[in-house]
Design a protein around this ligand. Structure first.
Ligand code: G3I
Length: 363
């Protein structure tokens, strides 16, 4: 006779099997924890509302693995206000309803961003008084609409330039696209005023400054930290720093640790807000996923997550958000025009070594 029962004293992890002659101890696979279950802080994904609606495994992965969501584009100015005075909030509202029904936090992204997603009508404004009052009205309207529905906002995204550590004043980006030159028109201190407008619109929302590259660009990191400390001294309502953390398997660990440490020293909330780890930073045409590359990606996920957990005091841990759900819908291949697979889930929503790296980083 064969029978199987669990030994309650060992929390069901060890099973006794009677093989007819002897009892053998068998240790089955430990019950797998999701990222959300394993993490002592919120775990987020940047999501597309269309994919949430139409792609069942995508939706299921978000439901199981996340406690926080960020819209990848649906809450950007170009989507919310494609024309002056017109506010399209329906898609964002549906996403927020999904989040509410699944008890997920919503992080708003983003109120002001110099780059191409700023709507064309906004980019054409050259007069500083006009631009200031237009942005103030935009923030007031959008902040009020989403008041109580979002926990937080990236108020200004990517305002500091890459090398000088100063507020961006360029009108072309690296691929020659005309940008919304808000820094040049409104002057360096516009960032502070945007925070004041956002706070007025939604006094309970946690307000973040969000940027990328702090791990490899020391001047940029210092400028952001100095700006945050200056805001704190002046009573500008800033509550957190978002480190996007679009990195690769080759990004030096020292830089990652330094960026997290220096940011946390401000005492503000720290959000790793757009994490992904590219395996093909050189954009090789003949890129192929190998066990070695997947192992390096495992190690880097583990390092980022464990460093965040270790260095950022618990009271400042706003969470870690992955920029996308799966490799099949990640922004990276479209952006680099190359093959890559930077997320913990593959294109079939299978868990990669990177997923285990995230979990191991949480231990
Ligand atoms: O939805 C339209 C679709 O209807 C159309 O057919 C298609 C044709 O190009 O475009 C689709 O919109 C694209 C949208 O992503 C949704 O996929 C836009 O062209 C494209 O510009 C947009 O790119 C987004 C980009 O921000 C600009 O908004 C990326 O998905 C998004 O991942 C990226 O996110 C940024 C963060 O906001 C800030 N930090 C960097 C990060 C990565 O670039």
């Amino acid at each position: 006779m064969k029978f199987l029962f669990t030994l309650a004293g060992l929390a069901g992890l060890i099973q006794l099997v009677d093989n007819g002659a002897h009892c053998i101890l068998v240790a089955p696979d430990a019950p797998s924890q999701t990222l959300a279950e394993a993490a002592p802080f919120p775990i987020g994904f940047a999501v597309s509302p269309a994919s949430i609606k139409s792609n069942a495994p995508y939706r299921q992965t978000v439901i199981q693995e996340a406690t926080s969501i960020t819209a990848d584009v649906a809450m950007k100015p170009s989507r919310i206000s494609p024309q002056k005075g017109i506010y399209n909030v329906d898609v964002a509202d549906q996403l927020i309803e999904f989040a509410r029904s699944q008890k997920k936090r919503v992080h708003g992204h983003t109120l002001v961003w110099y780059i191409d997603t700023s709507p064309n009508w906004l980019k054409q404004i050259r007069d500083s008084t006009d631009l200031e009052s237009t942005l103030q009205t935009y923030i007031q309207t959008v902040g009020t609409h989403f008041k109580g529905k979002v926990a937080s906002w990236d108020v200004v995204n990517e305002a500091v330039d890459n090398n000088r550590g100063a507020i961006r004043k360029d009108s072309l980006n690296t691929v020659g696209k005309t940008l919304f030159n808000v820094g040049k028109i409104l002057g360096d201190d516009y960032v502070a005023r945007m925070f004041q407008y956002a706070h007025k619109a939604d006094p309970n929302a946690r307000l973040f400054y969000n940027d990328y590259g702090q791990e490899t660009r020391p001047a940029k990191l210092s400028a952001i930290v100095n700006m945050a400390n200056d805001f704190k001294r002046r009573g500008i309502p800033i509550h957190g720093l978002g480190l996007q953390m679009h990195i690769s398997i080759d990004t030096p660990n020292e830089g990652i640790e330094n960026a997290i440490r220096k940011s946390a020293e401000t005492g503000l909330l720290i959000h790793i807000s757009e994490l992904d780890i590219a395996m093909n930073p050189g954009k090789k045409k003949d890129f192929a996923e190998t066990p070695e590359l997947l192992e390096k990606q495992y190690q880097k996920y583990k390092f980022v997550v464990s460093t965040y957990k270790k260095i950022v005091p618990a009271s400042q841990q706003f969470g870690i958000t992955l920029w996308g759900v799966d490799d099949g819908t990640s922004w990276i291949p479209g952006f680099c025009q190359c093959l890559d697979a930077a997320l913990p889930f593959d294109a079939n929503f299978g868990k990669k070594r990177a997923y285990q790296g995230f979990l191991d980083g949480l231990k």
